[in-house]
Ligand binder design. Structure first.
Ligand code: ZN
Ligand code: ZN
Length: 596
């Protein structure tokens, strides 16, 4: 596998989660009115037209008709994209919202948001000028070799045709780039070099497995050689680029607020969420300190507790973190927990878990290797027969030190929270529900803040209901150890939001960021360094966890207040998930409407 950056892997992780088996059921969704029937037909046309404009995106979700096309990112392609967006914003006007079912109203909003976001990207954000890492062809080519959706020979022929545009692609890239940020330039150099192995190793390996003639193989290797030269010269060009006034990697308040609006689609503004995160951080510290005082005699008897609150909490976290599994039982420990989670949820009546859709745990496939941890891998909307897997990383071959540090991070307590988040009742359960209200739009343009927010919400919900792996299905109260570790975990998404907003709109320095992550969120230095790197090359995405979680939690409280004794948690969960991967603000509107 070529050197995928961690960031790219996270991106992939998100894609895996967003995509679901929704499409296969599309025919069974019966439209309520002729307005809905017309709108459903429009949605189908819209997606097919969209794939023509974004063939790389199409390939990445399993629609392979345009695999041989590589869009050259020049002015003409941006004009074409703008024309597509404007034409479809016009088309949307033909489907008045009031005539549509709730499910279609949400789809309408998602389409409209996508089109406006794309126009804004071209006209205002203009990252094609300042982010050289946006130009990288390797990932798409790697996918063609790594996934066996078609026989290898036809995939290779598409690969060959697609390579023909690589020289023009990088000419356009160089024409677009103006005063790029230093951080994105460095990332572009690293990732471009990392991607070369697709042409130098993966391609020849694939050719060996193919039935192409020697002549065809030679032609392909020639073109691959040209591609490698072109990418190398792009890297050399970036290294030599005279860039006296590089743009700051901080997005700035104005662009940030807009991007937050399009990306998160929250009922709150970026600043309102920032304020909430700041307040939440202080609340978490208070709770953690109380637990630390309570646990101190049990774990640190005889030692003086530091006078400094945050230092005392840190020592307690360290003391609890040594409770972890051995490297070779990481996967089996995860596997054993899943049925326990299901039994607990059933016993407590928290949400219906469909027994006909058990989750398959597997060792992560080779192309994901090196990124330990766990993630849900769901088939795309066009992959009708695909399974959903719970990929679990193996620590085989890791040095003792690296494995120990990793296992302390994913210790006995955090591992349980990870399972709740990724699997049950987090991402996996959400997927199962999303698949019941099939929508090609939601499977492709689904809202990430809702998806991540749900997973983060369920962590707290499970603990509030007493979940604790050590205390069995009848547990009514999680242990103080569980709670303390949960709060540490929750601090991560809380501080992600504070960090992202502060770096991009408040000039937070690296030193201040490190203080936030290491001293206030109790992270390891290496994790904090990685996060600093990530925040300097991404914007807004780090807010999706806390924002979605906050909105869901607030909605639950709002409904509880309104419904008083008729509020039922199981009902709330099933009803909420029934809307699919939609922005929470629209689900809120619809749920409140119903309870009026
Ligand atoms: Zn240990
Ligand atoms: Zn997640």
């Amino acid at each position: 596998m070529f050197a995928l950056s961690k960031m790219l892997m996270r991106k992939l992780h998100l894609i895996f989660i967003c995509l679901s088996v929704i499409y296969m059921n599309a025919a069974t969704a019966t439209p309520n009115t002729s307005a809905d029937k017309n709108f459903n037909a429009y949605k189908e046309r819209f997606i097919l037209a969209m794939w023509k404009v974004y063939p790389a995106w199409a390939s990445s979700v399993g629609y392979h008709k345009y695999d041989d096309v590589l869009v050259v990112p020049d002015e003409a392609s941006r004009e074409k994209e703008l024309a597509f967006c404007k034409a479809n914003l016009d088309s949307l006007q033909k489907y008045p919202l009031t005539n549509l079912t709730d499910a279609n109203k949400i789809d309408y909003h998602l389409v409209e948001n996508q089109l406006k976001y794309a126009i804004w990207g071209i006209k205002e954000q203009k990252s094609y000028e300042w982010d050289p890492s946006g130009y990288n062809v390797s990932g798409g080519f790697a996918d063609m070799l790594g996934n066996d959706y078609e026989n290898i020979d036809s995939r290779l022929r598409n690969f060959y045709t697609r390579m023909a545009s690589i020289p023009a692609y990088y000419v356009a890239a160089k024409n677009n780039i103006k005063n790029p940020t230093k951080e994105h330039t460095a990332l572009a150099i690293e990732q471009s070099l990392g991607g070369l192995s697709v042409f130098q190793q993966d391609l020849p390996d694939a050719l060996k497995k193919s039935h192409l003639t020697d002549k065809e193989k030679a032609k392909m290797m020639d073109r691959a050689g040209i591609s490698v030269d072109v990418i190398n010269s792009y890297v050399a060009w970036l290294k030599a680029l005279k860039n006296d006034n590089p743009r700051s990697c901080r997005l700035g308040k104005e662009l940030y607020e807009k991007k937050f609006g399009y990306e998160i689609q929250s009922g709150y503004t970026a600043d309102a969420i920032y304020e909430k995160a700041q307040a939440h951080k202080l609340e978490l510290h208070d709770k953690m300190y109380e637990l630390t005082k309570q646990l101190w005699p049990k774990y640190c008897a005889g030692k003086d507790m530091p006078a400094h609150k945050l230092k005392a909490i840190r020592q307690m976290i360290d003391a609890l973190s040594v409770n972890h599994v051995q490297p070779d039982s990481f996967q089996s420990a995860i596997e054993h927990q899943l049925p326990e989670l299901v039994a607990f949820i059933k016993n407590k009546n928290l949400i219906y878990i469909d027994p006909s859709k058990p989750l398959v745990v597997r060792k992560e496939p080779d192309y994901m290797a090196g990124v330990a941890g766990a993630s849900i891998n769901a088939p795309g909307p066009y992959d009708k027969n695909g399974n959903t897997y719970y990929n679990v990383g193996s620590l085989a071959g890791w040095s003792k030190e690296k494995a120990e540090s990793y296992l302390r991070e994913y210790n006995h307590y955090i591992m349980q929270i990870l399972n709740i988040h990724e699997a049950i009742p987090g991402h996996y359960t959400q997927l199962v529900y999303a698949n019941r209200s099939p929508s090609i739009i939601k499977s492709i343009l689904g809202n990430n803040a809702m998806i991540e927010g749900w997973a983060v919400y369920t962590e707290r919900m499970m603990l509030e209901n007493g979940y604790d792996g050590d205390r069995g299905v009848n547990s009514t109260e999680a242990s103080p150890e569980m709670w303390l570790m949960y709060y540490k975990w929750n601090l991560r998404s809380t501080c992600n939001t504070i960090l992202d907003n502060s770096v991009h709109t408040r000039n937070m320095t690296k030193e201040e960021a490190m203080n936030l992550l290491v001293n206030e969120a109790f992270q390891q230095q290496a994790e904090a360094e990685g996060k600093w790197r990530r925040v300097s090359v991404t914007q807004v995405q780090l807010c999706c966890y806390f924002t979605g979680y906050t909105e869901i939690y607030d909605l639950r409280n709002e409904l509880k207040d309104k419904m008083k004794s008729s509020f039922n948690l199981k009902d709330f969960h099933e009803h909420f998930l029934g809307y699919g991967s939609a922005p929470v603000k629209y689900i809120r509107q619809m749920m409140l409407q119903e309870k009026k």
